[in-house]
Ligand binder design. Sequence first.
Ligand code: UDX
Length: 447
Amino acid sequence: MALKITVIGTGYLGATHAAAMAELGFEVLGLDVVPEKIEMLQRGEVPMYEPGLQELLGKHVAGIEGSSGRLRFTTDFAEVAAFGDVHFLCVNTPQKHGEYACDMSYVDSALASLAPHLTGPALVVGKSTVPVGSADRLAAYLTEHAPAGHEAELAWNPEFLREGFAVEDTLHPDRIVVGVRSERAEKLLREVYATPVAEGSPFVVTDFPTAELVKTSANSFLATKISFINAMAEVCEAADGDVAKLAEAIGYDDRIGRKFLRAGIGFGGGCLPKDIRAFMARAGELGADQALTFLREIDSINMRQRGQMVELTRQALGGGPFLGKRIAVLGATFKPDSDDVRDSPALNVAGQVHLQGAQVTVYDPKGMDNARRLFPTLGYADSALEAVRGADVVLHLTEWREFRELDPQVLGEAAAARVILDGRNALDPTLWRKAGWTYRAMGRPTA
Ligand code: UDX
Protein backbone atom coordinates (compact mmCIF):
# COMPACT_ATOMS: atom_id res chain seq x y z
CA MET A 1 0.00 0.00 0.00
CA ALA A 2 1.28 3.47 -0.86
CA LEU A 3 2.73 5.51 1.99
CA LYS A 4 0.63 8.20 3.57
CA ILE A 5 2.42 11.44 4.25
CA THR A 6 1.79 14.37 6.52
CA VAL A 7 3.42 17.78 6.43
CA ILE A 8 3.47 19.79 9.65
CA GLY A 9 3.79 23.54 9.06
CA THR A 10 2.39 24.86 5.79
CA GLY A 11 4.48 27.98 5.30
CA TYR A 12 6.83 28.37 2.42
CA LEU A 13 8.59 25.06 2.77
CA GLY A 14 5.63 23.01 3.99
CA ALA A 15 3.06 24.17 1.43
CA THR A 16 5.50 23.41 -1.37
CA HIS A 17 6.54 20.07 0.09
CA ALA A 18 2.91 18.99 0.63
CA ALA A 19 1.94 19.86 -2.95
CA ALA A 20 5.06 18.14 -4.32
CA MET A 21 4.35 14.96 -2.32
CA ALA A 22 0.82 14.87 -3.77
CA GLU A 23 2.31 15.38 -7.23
CA LEU A 24 4.56 12.36 -6.60
CA GLY A 25 1.39 10.31 -6.06
CA PHE A 26 1.07 10.14 -2.26
CA GLU A 27 -1.98 10.82 -0.12
CA VAL A 28 -1.00 13.91 1.87
CA LEU A 29 -2.41 15.64 4.94
CA GLY A 30 -0.97 19.09 5.72
CA LEU A 31 -1.24 20.67 9.16
CA ASP A 32 -0.88 24.20 10.40
CA VAL A 33 -1.77 25.76 13.74
CA VAL A 34 -3.05 28.90 12.00
CA PRO A 35 -6.64 28.14 10.86
CA GLU A 36 -6.67 31.02 8.33
CA LYS A 37 -3.71 29.47 6.51
CA ILE A 38 -5.48 26.13 6.33
CA GLU A 39 -8.66 27.75 5.01
CA MET A 40 -6.69 29.46 2.23
CA LEU A 41 -4.87 26.27 1.26
CA GLN A 42 -8.16 24.34 1.24
CA ARG A 43 -9.34 26.78 -1.41
CA GLY A 44 -6.09 26.10 -3.32
CA GLU A 45 -4.75 29.58 -2.56
CA VAL A 46 -1.15 30.28 -1.63
CA PRO A 47 -0.29 32.78 1.11
CA MET A 48 2.80 33.95 -0.85
CA TYR A 49 3.93 34.41 -4.44
CA GLU A 50 5.74 31.38 -5.75
CA PRO A 51 5.67 30.48 -9.45
CA GLY A 52 3.83 27.20 -10.14
CA LEU A 53 2.71 26.53 -6.55
CA GLN A 54 -0.87 27.69 -6.92
CA GLU A 55 -1.27 25.51 -10.03
CA LEU A 56 0.14 22.47 -8.21
CA LEU A 57 -2.24 22.98 -5.28
CA GLY A 58 -5.16 23.36 -7.68
CA LYS A 59 -4.16 20.06 -9.25
CA HIS A 60 -4.29 18.13 -5.97
CA VAL A 61 -6.28 19.82 -3.18
CA ALA A 62 -9.41 17.80 -2.35
CA GLY A 63 -12.65 19.59 -3.17
CA ILE A 64 -11.25 21.57 -6.09
CA GLU A 65 -12.91 20.61 -9.34
CA GLY A 66 -10.80 18.29 -11.45
CA SER A 67 -8.17 17.78 -8.72
CA SER A 68 -6.64 14.42 -7.77
CA GLY A 69 -8.03 14.96 -4.25
CA ARG A 70 -4.81 13.59 -2.78
CA LEU A 71 -4.04 16.68 -0.68
CA ARG A 72 -6.03 17.72 2.40
CA PHE A 73 -5.38 20.06 5.32
CA THR A 74 -6.19 20.10 9.02
CA THR A 75 -5.30 21.78 12.30
CA ASP A 76 -5.63 18.56 14.32
CA PHE A 77 -2.46 16.74 15.42
CA ALA A 78 -4.40 13.60 16.42
CA GLU A 79 -5.76 13.34 12.87
CA VAL A 80 -2.28 13.77 11.45
CA ALA A 81 -0.83 11.07 13.71
CA ALA A 82 -3.61 8.61 12.83
CA PHE A 83 -3.27 9.34 9.09
CA GLY A 84 0.44 9.25 8.29
CA ASP A 85 3.29 6.77 7.99
CA VAL A 86 5.82 9.55 7.44
CA HIS A 87 5.47 12.98 9.11
CA PHE A 88 7.56 15.84 7.73
CA LEU A 89 8.32 18.70 10.13
CA CYS A 90 8.44 21.87 8.02
CA VAL A 91 8.01 24.63 10.59
CA ASN A 92 10.25 27.67 10.50
CA THR A 93 13.34 28.33 12.59
CA PRO A 94 13.79 32.11 12.68
CA GLN A 95 16.66 34.04 14.24
CA LYS A 96 16.08 34.64 17.97
CA HIS A 97 15.11 38.20 18.72
CA GLY A 98 18.24 40.26 19.41
CA GLU A 99 20.55 37.21 19.13
CA TYR A 100 22.38 35.26 16.44
CA ALA A 101 21.05 31.91 17.62
CA CYS A 102 18.22 30.00 16.01
CA ASP A 103 14.77 29.94 17.63
CA MET A 104 13.78 26.27 17.89
CA SER A 105 10.48 26.87 19.67
CA TYR A 106 8.28 26.09 16.63
CA VAL A 107 10.05 22.78 15.98
CA ASP A 108 9.92 21.86 19.64
CA SER A 109 6.25 22.66 19.98
CA ALA A 110 5.32 20.83 16.74
CA LEU A 111 7.01 17.68 18.02
CA ALA A 112 5.49 18.11 21.48
CA SER A 113 2.02 18.31 19.90
CA LEU A 114 2.56 15.31 17.63
CA ALA A 115 4.47 12.84 19.82
CA PRO A 116 1.72 11.95 22.36
CA HIS A 117 -0.54 10.85 19.48
CA LEU A 118 1.98 8.47 17.90
CA THR A 119 0.70 5.12 19.16
CA GLY A 120 2.08 3.02 16.29
CA PRO A 121 5.11 2.86 13.99
CA ALA A 122 5.87 6.25 12.44
CA LEU A 123 8.78 8.11 10.93
CA VAL A 124 9.10 11.78 11.84
CA VAL A 125 11.34 13.60 9.37
CA GLY A 126 12.79 17.01 10.17
CA LYS A 127 13.24 19.33 7.18
CA SER A 128 13.72 22.67 8.92
CA THR A 129 17.18 24.27 9.08
CA VAL A 130 18.39 23.65 12.64
CA PRO A 131 21.57 23.96 14.70
CA VAL A 132 23.65 20.80 14.54
CA GLY A 133 22.76 18.50 17.45
CA SER A 134 19.03 19.28 17.32
CA ALA A 135 18.05 15.99 15.65
CA ASP A 136 19.77 14.02 18.39
CA ARG A 137 17.87 15.93 21.06
CA LEU A 138 14.54 15.67 19.21
CA ALA A 139 15.00 11.91 18.67
CA ALA A 140 15.41 11.39 22.42
CA TYR A 141 12.31 13.50 23.07
CA LEU A 142 10.29 11.47 20.56
CA THR A 143 11.22 8.10 22.06
CA GLU A 144 10.35 9.37 25.49
CA HIS A 145 7.02 11.02 24.65
CA ALA A 146 5.53 8.87 21.88
CA PRO A 147 3.43 5.98 23.27
CA ALA A 148 4.99 3.85 20.47
CA GLY A 149 8.45 4.41 22.01
CA HIS A 150 11.19 3.23 19.63
CA GLU A 151 8.59 2.43 16.97
CA ALA A 152 8.32 6.18 16.47
CA GLU A 153 11.59 7.18 14.90
CA LEU A 154 13.26 10.38 13.75
CA ALA A 155 15.19 11.15 10.55
CA TRP A 156 16.70 14.38 9.23
CA ASN A 157 16.21 15.44 5.61
CA PRO A 158 17.23 19.08 5.01
CA GLU A 159 15.57 21.12 2.32
CA PHE A 160 17.55 23.16 -0.20
CA LEU A 161 14.78 24.90 -2.13
CA ARG A 162 15.23 28.41 -3.46
CA GLU A 163 12.39 30.91 -3.41
CA GLY A 164 11.14 31.46 -6.93
CA PHE A 165 12.12 27.88 -7.84
CA ALA A 166 10.55 26.09 -4.88
CA VAL A 167 8.38 23.71 -6.92
CA GLU A 168 11.14 22.85 -9.37
CA ASP A 169 13.70 22.36 -6.58
CA THR A 170 11.34 20.12 -4.59
CA LEU A 171 10.32 17.90 -7.50
CA HIS A 172 13.79 17.77 -9.08
CA PRO A 173 16.28 18.32 -6.25
CA ASP A 174 20.03 18.63 -6.90
CA ARG A 175 20.43 16.03 -4.15
CA ILE A 176 18.44 14.37 -1.40
CA VAL A 177 20.25 14.15 1.92
CA VAL A 178 18.95 11.91 4.69
CA GLY A 179 20.31 11.52 8.20
CA VAL A 180 19.04 8.18 9.52
CA ARG A 181 19.63 5.75 12.38
CA SER A 182 18.02 2.62 10.97
CA GLU A 183 17.55 0.68 7.75
CA ARG A 184 13.80 1.07 8.17
CA ALA A 185 14.09 4.87 8.11
CA GLU A 186 16.31 4.78 5.04
CA LYS A 187 13.95 2.37 3.27
CA LEU A 188 10.93 4.59 3.96
CA LEU A 189 12.71 7.70 2.69
CA ARG A 190 13.90 5.86 -0.43
CA GLU A 191 10.24 5.03 -1.05
CA VAL A 192 9.18 8.66 -0.58
CA TYR A 193 11.83 9.92 -3.00
CA ALA A 194 11.76 7.01 -5.49
CA THR A 195 10.63 9.24 -8.37
CA PRO A 196 13.27 12.02 -8.15
CA VAL A 197 15.96 9.39 -7.49
CA ALA A 198 14.86 7.44 -10.59
CA GLU A 199 15.08 10.72 -12.51
CA GLY A 200 18.68 11.21 -11.41
CA SER A 201 18.73 13.05 -8.06
CA PRO A 202 21.61 11.69 -5.94
CA PHE A 203 20.51 10.16 -2.62
CA VAL A 204 23.04 10.77 0.15
CA VAL A 205 22.64 8.71 3.32
CA THR A 206 24.41 9.91 6.44
CA ASP A 207 24.15 10.46 10.19
CA PHE A 208 22.15 13.17 11.99
CA PRO A 209 24.89 15.78 12.53
CA THR A 210 26.19 15.53 8.97
CA ALA A 211 22.69 15.88 7.51
CA GLU A 212 22.10 18.99 9.63
CA LEU A 213 25.50 20.41 8.72
CA VAL A 214 25.07 19.85 4.97
CA LYS A 215 22.33 22.45 4.97
CA THR A 216 24.10 25.11 7.01
CA SER A 217 27.40 24.61 5.21
CA ALA A 218 25.75 24.78 1.76
CA ASN A 219 24.13 28.08 2.69
CA SER A 220 27.40 29.36 4.17
CA PHE A 221 29.25 28.47 0.98
CA LEU A 222 26.71 30.33 -1.16
CA ALA A 223 26.94 33.36 1.13
CA THR A 224 30.74 33.15 0.92
CA LYS A 225 30.66 33.23 -2.88
CA ILE A 226 28.49 36.35 -2.86
CA SER A 227 30.60 38.17 -0.27
CA PHE A 228 33.78 37.11 -2.07
CA ILE A 229 32.64 38.73 -5.30
CA ASN A 230 31.45 41.78 -3.37
CA ALA A 231 34.91 42.07 -1.80
CA MET A 232 36.35 41.88 -5.33
CA ALA A 233 33.93 44.66 -6.31
CA GLU A 234 35.41 46.84 -3.56
CA VAL A 235 38.91 46.19 -4.92
CA CYS A 236 37.77 46.79 -8.53
CA GLU A 237 36.17 50.03 -7.39
CA ALA A 238 39.51 51.16 -5.88
CA ALA A 239 41.60 49.94 -8.83
CA ASP A 240 39.25 50.99 -11.66
CA GLY A 241 38.56 47.37 -12.60
CA ASP A 242 35.34 45.75 -13.77
CA VAL A 243 33.92 43.15 -11.36
CA ALA A 244 31.37 41.84 -13.88
CA LYS A 245 34.12 40.95 -16.36
CA LEU A 246 36.22 39.55 -13.52
CA ALA A 247 33.34 37.30 -12.37
CA GLU A 248 32.78 36.10 -15.92
CA ALA A 249 36.44 35.32 -16.40
CA ILE A 250 37.03 33.47 -13.12
CA GLY A 251 33.69 31.68 -13.53
CA TYR A 252 34.88 29.89 -16.67
CA ASP A 253 37.06 27.82 -14.35
CA ASP A 254 34.77 24.84 -13.56
CA ARG A 255 36.20 24.64 -10.07
CA ILE A 256 34.88 28.13 -9.38
CA GLY A 257 31.71 28.15 -11.51
CA ARG A 258 29.78 31.16 -12.79
CA LYS A 259 26.79 31.04 -10.47
CA PHE A 260 26.43 33.20 -7.37
CA LEU A 261 29.11 35.62 -8.48
CA ARG A 262 26.92 38.64 -9.16
CA ALA A 263 28.27 41.60 -7.22
CA GLY A 264 25.84 44.14 -5.81
CA ILE A 265 23.99 45.04 -2.64
CA GLY A 266 24.35 41.51 -1.31
CA PHE A 267 22.23 38.70 0.01
CA GLY A 268 19.09 38.92 2.08
CA GLY A 269 15.91 36.91 2.61
CA GLY A 270 14.70 34.53 5.27
CA CYS A 271 17.57 32.04 4.94
CA LEU A 272 21.16 32.99 4.14
CA PRO A 273 21.61 35.86 6.64
CA LYS A 274 19.99 34.10 9.61
CA ASP A 275 21.49 30.72 8.76
CA ILE A 276 25.10 31.91 8.76
CA ARG A 277 24.52 33.75 12.03
CA ALA A 278 22.91 30.72 13.67
CA PHE A 279 25.80 28.59 12.37
CA MET A 280 28.34 30.90 14.03
CA ALA A 281 26.38 30.86 17.28
CA ARG A 282 26.19 27.06 17.28
CA ALA A 283 29.88 26.64 16.44
CA GLY A 284 30.59 28.89 19.45
CA GLU A 285 28.50 26.66 21.73
CA LEU A 286 30.42 23.63 20.48
CA GLY A 287 33.78 25.29 21.08
CA ALA A 288 34.50 25.40 17.33
CA ASP A 289 34.09 29.17 16.86
CA GLN A 290 37.49 29.57 15.23
CA ALA A 291 36.44 27.35 12.32
CA LEU A 292 33.76 29.85 11.37
CA THR A 293 35.29 33.25 12.14
CA PHE A 294 35.36 33.90 8.39
CA LEU A 295 31.54 33.88 8.41
CA ARG A 296 31.61 37.02 10.55
CA GLU A 297 33.54 38.68 7.75
CA ILE A 298 31.10 37.30 5.14
CA ASP A 299 28.25 38.87 7.11
CA SER A 300 30.02 42.19 7.53
CA ILE A 301 31.04 42.44 3.83
CA ASN A 302 27.39 41.75 3.04
CA MET A 303 26.05 44.45 5.33
CA ARG A 304 28.70 46.91 4.04
CA GLN A 305 27.25 46.68 0.52
CA ARG A 306 24.02 48.29 1.67
CA GLY A 307 25.91 51.20 3.20
CA GLN A 308 28.06 51.49 0.07
CA MET A 309 24.90 51.80 -2.03
CA VAL A 310 23.70 54.66 0.17
CA GLU A 311 27.10 56.31 -0.25
CA LEU A 312 26.99 55.96 -4.05
CA THR A 313 23.52 57.51 -3.98
CA ARG A 314 24.84 60.45 -1.98
CA GLN A 315 27.67 60.93 -4.49
CA ALA A 316 25.23 60.68 -7.41
CA LEU A 317 23.23 63.51 -5.85
CA GLY A 318 26.28 65.74 -5.68
CA GLY A 319 27.54 64.71 -2.23
CA GLY A 320 25.20 66.91 -0.20
CA PRO A 321 22.37 65.97 2.17
CA PHE A 322 19.46 63.83 1.01
CA LEU A 323 16.86 66.28 2.30
CA GLY A 324 14.36 67.19 -0.43
CA LYS A 325 15.89 64.83 -3.02
CA ARG A 326 13.58 62.49 -4.89
CA ILE A 327 14.76 58.91 -5.16
CA ALA A 328 13.08 56.19 -7.22
CA VAL A 329 13.66 52.65 -5.96
CA LEU A 330 13.05 49.81 -8.40
CA GLY A 331 12.63 46.60 -6.41
CA ALA A 332 11.62 45.82 -2.83
CA THR A 333 11.91 42.03 -2.53
CA PHE A 334 15.17 40.35 -1.53
CA LYS A 335 15.33 38.73 -4.97
CA PRO A 336 13.19 38.54 -8.11
CA ASP A 337 10.28 36.09 -8.60
CA SER A 338 9.34 36.31 -4.96
CA ASP A 339 7.15 38.60 -2.84
CA ASP A 340 9.43 38.09 0.17
CA VAL A 341 10.84 41.25 1.72
CA ARG A 342 12.44 39.65 4.79
CA ASP A 343 15.87 41.22 5.37
CA SER A 344 15.66 42.69 1.88
CA PRO A 345 18.77 44.68 0.91
CA ALA A 346 16.57 46.78 -1.41
CA LEU A 347 14.21 47.91 1.34
CA ASN A 348 17.10 48.40 3.73
CA VAL A 349 18.74 50.87 1.31
CA ALA A 350 15.38 52.55 0.61
CA GLY A 351 14.81 52.88 4.36
CA GLN A 352 18.26 54.35 4.99
CA VAL A 353 17.96 57.11 2.37
CA HIS A 354 14.43 57.85 3.53
CA LEU A 355 15.61 58.21 7.14
CA GLN A 356 18.21 60.68 5.94
CA GLY A 357 15.52 62.90 4.48
CA ALA A 358 15.05 61.77 0.87
CA GLN A 359 11.62 61.43 -0.66
CA VAL A 360 11.57 57.78 -1.71
CA THR A 361 9.16 56.13 -4.15
CA VAL A 362 9.32 52.34 -4.42
CA TYR A 363 7.93 50.05 -7.09
CA ASP A 364 8.14 46.25 -7.11
CA PRO A 365 6.23 43.81 -9.35
CA LYS A 366 5.14 41.46 -6.50
CA GLY A 367 6.40 42.79 -3.18
CA MET A 368 4.33 45.96 -2.73
CA ASP A 369 1.89 44.67 -0.08
CA ASN A 370 4.64 43.17 2.05
CA ALA A 371 6.85 46.25 1.62
CA ARG A 372 4.01 48.60 2.59
CA ARG A 373 3.38 46.59 5.74
CA LEU A 374 7.06 46.68 6.74
CA PHE A 375 7.89 50.25 5.68
CA PRO A 376 4.59 52.16 5.70
CA THR A 377 6.32 55.56 5.63
CA LEU A 378 7.98 55.07 2.22
CA GLY A 379 6.23 56.28 -0.93
CA TYR A 380 4.91 53.66 -3.35
CA ALA A 381 4.03 53.80 -7.06
CA ASP A 382 2.02 51.46 -9.28
CA SER A 383 4.66 51.13 -11.98
CA ALA A 384 8.35 51.67 -12.62
CA LEU A 385 7.50 54.67 -14.77
CA GLU A 386 5.43 56.27 -11.99
CA ALA A 387 8.20 55.66 -9.44
CA VAL A 388 10.75 57.31 -11.71
CA ARG A 389 8.61 60.37 -12.51
CA GLY A 390 10.45 63.44 -11.21
CA ALA A 391 13.28 61.42 -9.63
CA ASP A 392 16.74 62.92 -9.13
CA VAL A 393 18.26 59.45 -9.09
CA VAL A 394 16.98 55.94 -9.82
CA LEU A 395 18.15 52.96 -7.74
CA HIS A 396 17.80 49.52 -9.32
CA LEU A 397 17.85 47.20 -6.29
CA THR A 398 16.10 43.92 -7.25
CA GLU A 399 16.83 42.41 -10.65
CA TRP A 400 13.30 41.67 -11.92
CA ARG A 401 13.09 40.85 -15.63
CA GLU A 402 10.53 43.68 -15.91
CA PHE A 403 13.29 46.17 -15.04
CA ARG A 404 15.73 44.75 -17.59
CA GLU A 405 13.06 45.25 -20.22
CA LEU A 406 12.40 48.91 -19.37
CA ASP A 407 12.96 51.47 -22.12
CA PRO A 408 15.63 53.90 -20.81
CA GLN A 409 14.45 56.51 -23.32
CA VAL A 410 10.88 56.53 -21.97
CA LEU A 411 12.09 56.56 -18.36
CA GLY A 412 14.52 59.34 -19.16
CA GLU A 413 11.66 61.58 -20.25
CA ALA A 414 9.90 61.03 -16.89
CA ALA A 415 12.93 61.45 -14.59
CA ALA A 416 14.21 64.82 -13.38
CA ALA A 417 17.78 63.64 -14.01
CA ARG A 418 19.08 60.68 -15.98
CA VAL A 419 21.11 59.01 -13.24
CA ILE A 420 20.75 55.32 -12.46
CA LEU A 421 22.62 53.23 -9.89
CA ASP A 422 22.44 49.53 -10.58
CA GLY A 423 22.70 47.77 -7.22
CA ARG A 424 22.42 44.35 -8.85
CA ASN A 425 24.76 44.65 -11.83
CA ALA A 426 21.92 43.38 -13.97
CA LEU A 427 21.10 46.17 -16.44
CA ASP A 428 22.90 46.73 -19.72
CA PRO A 429 25.17 49.78 -19.19
CA THR A 430 25.56 50.43 -22.93
CA LEU A 431 21.80 50.63 -23.44
CA TRP A 432 21.30 53.12 -20.60
CA ARG A 433 24.29 55.26 -21.48
CA LYS A 434 23.18 55.41 -25.10
CA ALA A 435 19.87 56.87 -23.87
CA GLY A 436 21.77 59.61 -22.08
CA TRP A 437 21.83 58.12 -18.60
CA THR A 438 24.73 58.23 -16.18
CA TYR A 439 24.93 54.54 -15.31
CA ARG A 440 26.84 53.48 -12.21
CA ALA A 441 27.25 50.06 -10.60
CA MET A 442 29.39 48.80 -7.73
CA GLY A 443 32.82 47.62 -8.87
CA ARG A 444 32.36 48.74 -12.48
CA PRO A 445 34.00 51.55 -14.44
CA THR A 446 32.07 54.81 -14.39
CA ALA A 447 31.97 55.15 -18.18
C1 UDX B 1 18.84 30.17 -0.33
C2 UDX B 1 19.60 28.96 -0.91
O1 UDX B 1 19.94 29.24 -2.27
C3 UDX B 1 18.73 27.71 -0.83
O2 UDX B 1 19.45 26.59 -1.32
C4 UDX B 1 18.32 27.50 0.61
O3 UDX B 1 17.48 26.36 0.73
C5 UDX B 1 17.63 28.72 1.17
O4 UDX B 1 18.46 29.88 1.00
P1 UDX B 1 16.93 31.81 -1.24
O5 UDX B 1 16.87 32.42 0.11
O6 UDX B 1 15.66 31.52 -1.96
O7 UDX B 1 17.71 30.41 -1.17
O8 UDX B 1 17.79 32.80 -2.12
P2 UDX B 1 19.00 32.73 -3.14
O9 UDX B 1 18.53 32.51 -4.51
O10 UDX B 1 20.02 31.80 -2.62
O11 UDX B 1 19.52 34.24 -3.04
C6 UDX B 1 19.92 34.77 -1.78
C7 UDX B 1 20.30 36.20 -1.89
O12 UDX B 1 21.58 36.32 -2.52
C8 UDX B 1 19.36 37.11 -2.69
O13 UDX B 1 19.17 38.31 -1.95
C9 UDX B 1 20.12 37.36 -3.98
O14 UDX B 1 19.78 38.60 -4.56
C10 UDX B 1 21.56 37.34 -3.50
N1 UDX B 1 22.53 37.00 -4.55
C11 UDX B 1 22.45 35.78 -5.18
C12 UDX B 1 23.53 37.89 -4.89
O15 UDX B 1 23.62 38.99 -4.32
N2 UDX B 1 24.44 37.55 -5.85
C13 UDX B 1 24.40 36.36 -6.50
O16 UDX B 1 25.25 36.11 -7.34
C14 UDX B 1 23.37 35.45 -6.16
